[in-house]
Write a protein that binds this ligand. Structure first.
Ligand code: 3PG
Length: 210
């Protein structure tokens, strides 16, 4: 199964902010138990690369890197075992680097100009970030006119409360968010609660996709 197919199957891409890589194995187990074996580990903490390496040891997990803003970070993420790369914005340089390495890459876009630049590089699946601050589901619906061939992973400001608006749209591959893996619960090692939050998120996503 391709990474895009796995995103679509689950319907969610959890965004993980982890401050201490020692929490990574417990977090990966908790997410697998909760039926949500995908993590976009953000490169905005010092622990990110080590956490990717540790989570990727769990063979049931699909682990990628998020908040990647430079080729140097992308290199570190791949060396740590990241299976996909997510950018908060559009960078042709980082996209082309990932393409040369044969790694799925999902740059963030919010404008028609960025979407056109992404299409030029052969991409058809993009992050839409920050989603709520940029018009949310109605903006993505509007982009579906000119950009019917694109699929989006909206992220930023999405939770169980507004998930339905996004999953109702055919051009949404999966929805990204941190609500089921709260940074504070990771830091406090509240893994049973994380498992429960993952379970709830998965069952809601499945329900809304029916
Ligand atoms: C991201 O990096 O994609 C966002 O910070 C996740 O957004 P959320 O915390 O609002 O879900």
């Amino acid at each position: 199964m391709s990474i895009e197919e796995e995103f679509e199957r689950v319907g969610l891409v959890p965004v993980v902010v982890i401050d201490d890589a020692r929490h990574a194995p417990g977090l990966a187990d908790a997410m697998v138990r909760g039926g949500l074996p995908i993590a976009e580990v953000t490169f905005r903490t010092e622990a990110a690369a080590e956490a990717i390496q540790a989570m990727a040891q769990n063979k049931d997990m699909l682990v990628g890197a998020g908040t990647v803003i430079s080729v140097e970070q992308a290199e570190r993420a791949l060396a740590a075992g990241a299976q996909f790369i997510v950018l908060p914005g559009f960078s042709a340089e980082v996209v082309e680097f990932c393409q040369q390495r044969g790694v799925p890459v999902f740059p963030g876009t919010t404008s028609a100009t960025e979407m056109m630049a992404a299409i030029k590089l052969g991409l058809d699946t993009l992050k839409f970030f920050p989603a709520e601050a940029n018009g949310g589901a109605s903006a993505i619906k509007a982009y579906g006119g000119p950009f019917g061939g694109l699929r989006f992973i909206p992220t930023g400001g999405i939770s169980a409360a507004n998930l339905a608006e996004y999953l109702a749209l055919p051009q949404i591959l999966a929805v990204g968010g941190s609500w089921m893996v709260p940074q504070k619960k990771i830091a406090a090692e509240e893994f049973d609660e994380i498992t429960e939050l993952c379970r709830e998120a998965v069952s809601l996503a499945q329900e809304l996709r029916k």
